[in-house]
Design a protein around this ligand. Structure first.
Ligand code: HAM
Length: 427
């Protein structure tokens, strides 16, 4: 037998019950919020043909993915995100769908990254895609959804909105390579590097307006720098709608977004206290359907980094602890104990029953650790059709007839605080 202790792969995490319960609670809040906007959940495979991800971003992206050849020599990748898979599905299902399509999803993604706090190799995204609606209201609605989801999750965040048209207009005289490099530097929030790139490539006169644009926070300021662009009316209308809806946001024309399929409005949200990996949501308008064999379709969407949300909430009590009952029994009263457990579970009550043949007193000791009340089913109880119920916090003991047990136990649980479950730091 090997003495080596096997551990999880780098960049992945195990999740214990407290953490899983907290995650499920937040997931439920997100799903319910998305439903109020009419977004219905979809799912796609965890792996896809590698081409789905390289077709827009180029082969370079392979170094950041879990890409491999399967046994049939197909080039396969674990999905690094869900927008491309969802758009592939949209193209595959296309004709029968009612437009515009409003879909949301929750799934794990895989990126071959250098792991650190808030950055993992397997992580979960909750996202939404609005496909085939092209208007200021469509852009505003998807931003409103992202905003409401983050609020529903309970995180404190700042929402920043920009439009790629601003930077593109400013850099229109530069080559595609320079634009891409500047965009990359801005995505890493490194405006010094962006300025250096412009200077090195003979566009020194653009450095001042670029730096001014990265600092501009109002629409008049932005358009004073870049002039009157065709997208102006739409951007202004979107902002008007967001203002009317009471969405709190900052304009940030320097948002560049890491993925290169975006075309218009782009937005990101940042949470406090997360360190370098504080971006908890990112999205924007994009076009992908035509690359996958469909029609050129305007789309807009976003994804929330679910794990980062959980890190941001790690000092918050998320779940309401569920009370638990332990049934204490003797070998000869086992069947009565099993019947009582089944009856209480039908009522939705969480019941623990010893499975290891512990003695009566050992069962009682264990109940003290995990339960709020013990239901004792001994010989006398079975003979008299009663149960003895012990409040494990106060030590108080009462006897109820078996027929009154369901009603009495529900009352009891209502009036007795249950054991506090501590949500450990989710890191
Ligand atoms: P993204 O900005 O690459 O966009 O990822 C969205 C969010 O996922 C990020 O804001 C971040 O919170 C989280 N995230 C990314 N990488 C990691 C990681 N290694 N560990 C933990 N969390 C991570 C997209 O994926 C686009 N598909 C969003 C979108 C949807 N655009 C249009 N529709």
């Amino acid at each position: 037998m090997s003495t080596k202790i096997l551990t999880k792969p780098r960049g992945t995490r195990d999740m214990l019950p407290d953490e899983m319960e907290a995650r499920r609670e937040i997931e439920t809040r997100l799903r319910e919020c998305a439903r109020t906007f009419g977004y219905r959940e979809v799912a796609t495979p965890a792996f896809e043909e590698t081409e789905l991800f390289t077709i827009r971003s180029g082969e370079g992206i392979i170094s950041e993915m879990y890409a491999f050849e399967d046994k049939g020599n197909r080039s396969i990748s674990l999905r690094p995100e869900l927008t491309a898979p969802v758009l592939r599905m949209y193209v595959n299902e296309g004709r029968s769908l009612v437009k515009p399509v409003k879909w949301c999803y929750f799934g794990d993604c895989f990126r071959y990254e250098r792991p650190q706090k808030g950055r993992y190799r397997q992580f979960w995204q909750f996202g939404a895609e609005l496909i085939d609606a092209d208007s200021a209201l469509a852009d505003a609605e998807i931003i409103m959804l992202a905003y409401e989801l983050l609020k529903a999750a309970g995180v404190t965040f700042t929402l920043k909105i920009g439009d790629l048209a601003c930077m593109r207009t400013l850099l229109s005289e530069t080559s595609a390579e320079v634009q891409a490099a500047v965009r990359q530097a801005l995505d890493k929030r490194d405006s010094d590097k962006a300025a250096m790139l412009l200077t090195e490539n003979g566009h020194e006169h653009l450095v001042k307006p670029l730096l001014a644009l990265t600092k501009a926070t109002t629409l008049p300021e932005i358009f004073a720098i870049i002039g009157d662009i065709p997208q102006r009316e739409r951007i202004e209308e979107m902002c008007q709608i967001l203002d009317a809806a009471g969405v709190a946001y900052e304009l940030s024309p320097a948002i560049a977004r890491g993925l290169d399929y975006y075309v218009g409005v782009v937005f990101e949200a940042f949470a406090e206290g997360l360190g370098a990996e504080n971006q908890i949501m990112g999205g924007g308008a994009y076009r992908l359907a035509h690359l996958f064999g469909g029609e050129d379709t305007p789309s807009v969407g976003f994804a929330i980094g679910f794990d980062r949300i959980m890190v941001a909430l790690s000092n918050t009590q998320i779940i309401t602890p569920r009370p638990q009952i332990s049934i204490i029994y003797l070998p000869q009263t086992r069947d009565a104990a099993v019947r009582t457990a089944a009856m209480l579970r039908m009522l939705g009550i969480c019941v623990d029953l010893d499975l290891t043949g512990r003695s009566f007193s050992a069962q009682m000791k264990n109940a003290g650790k995990i339960a709020d009340a013990a239901i004792i089913i001994g010989k006398k109880e079975v003979e008299e059709d009663i149960v003895t119920v012990k409040n494990l916090k106060t030590g108080d003991q009462v006897q109820w007839s078996l027929s009154a047990l369901p009603e009495q136990i529900i009352e009891f649980l209502k009036h007795n605080e249950c054991k506090k479950q501590n949500i450990k730091s989710l890191q």
